[in-house]
Design a protein around this ligand. Structure first.
Ligand code: AMP
Ligand code: FE
Ligand code: FE
Ligand code: ZN
Length: 287
């Protein structure tokens, strides 16, 4: 069995399965490896690794960093990071602090438009995990302000929406350097969210990221059409970047996407993990 999933969220961020549950689910589905890639946190990794060891499923320590990108949304995935790297852990703590200030501002903005929820309610949804907009959305569903999670985003929480507050973000270059410092490999997540329909403009963005140390593009993503996959694959090949993929599984937060699915061609295969390991190991040994 060679199926892998390199983009998976847990309750450590905005997924609805705990790290152990996700690993058990991956095992049931017969996957060979998953990468746990929570938003701006590595709190789920240890539990995932432990469960993976127990069940014989490979867990790749990862993270998904939101970075500053004015034209759209840019997320960078870091794979095979050393979760004990102090520079890395310290920077994540800065991001957590910024998130907690942002959460308070979102509560205030929601009040301004007649949605009365408080942070304790949102925190109860997030449980031990880091609070993000999907937890706000779920709270709003539970209290009857909106029909469902997408509705909460459309009406209030989307970028530019009435309750949206910008998140403090690293620059792409800072994020790539940070991932590299922790021994990791950086991959551009779901490139369609860059909102860059002009091929030459997308190409230019990738050229710059490559100079800054980008190593791969998430070509296989359930949201990509065949045409998009071909285009992203061509750009990846042009710049010598790894062609990766993952489902961006969130459990019930994104109920239409299942683990290890969403890319019928069953790519990428496990060889991509070996490529990434070679890169990460070479880096740790130094030049
Ligand atoms: P945050 O990191 O707090 O800004 O929350 C971002 C997360 O919200 C994303 O990773 C998605 O999981 C989720 N999200 C963003 N837009 C939507 C949407 N339109 N519908 C449902 N979930 C969304
Ligand atoms: Fe998410
Ligand atoms: Fe993302
Ligand atoms: Zn994601």
């Amino acid at each position: 069995m060679n199926v892998i999933d390199l983009h998976v969220h847990t309750t450590a961020s905005d997924g609805t399965m705990s790290p152990a549950e996700v690993v058990r689910y991956a095992k049931e589905k017969g996957l060979r490896a998953i990468a746990i890639t929570d938003h701006d946190t590595i709190e789920g990794i240890k539990e995932g690794l432990q469960e993976g060891n127990k069940l014989g499923l490979e867990v790749i320590p990862g993270v998904e960093l939101s970075v500053d990108y004015p034209n759209g949304t840019m997320h960078l995935l870091g794979y095979l990071i050393d979760i004990y790297c102090s520079a890395f852990v310290e920077k994540l703590a800065v991001l957590q602090q910024a998130r907690s200030e942002r959460n308070q501002k979102m509560i205030e903005k929601l009040r301004g438009v007649g949605v009365e929820i408080d942070l304790a309610e949102v925190a109860a949804i997030a449980e031990e995990g880091q609070i993000g907009r999907p937890h706000f959305a779920q709270t709003m569903v539970n209290k009857g302000y909106v029909q469902n999670i997408p509705d909460a985003f459309d009406r209030y929480l989307r970028k530019g929406g009435p309750a949206y507050v910008e998140k403090f973000k690293l620059s792409p270059e800072e994020a790539i350097n940070l991932i590299r410092t922790a021994g990791g490999v950086t991959v551009l997540a779901h490139p369609f969210t860059l909102n860059q329909p002009q091929p030459h403009e997308f190409d230019a963005v990738i050229g710059k990221l490559k100079q800054q140390g980008l190593e791969g593009i998430e070509v296989h993503c359930p949201k990509h059409s065949e045409g998009q996959k071909k285009f992203y694959r061509d750009v990846a090949q042009k710049y010598g970047l790894l062609i990766t993929g993952g489902s961006d599984f969130h459990g019930l937060t994104k109920a239409d996407v299942d683990l290890g699915e969403g890319y019928g061609d069953r790519e990428p295969t496990y060889t991509i993990v070996e490529d990434m390991k070679n890169r990460s190991e070479t880096r740790r040994k130094g030049p």
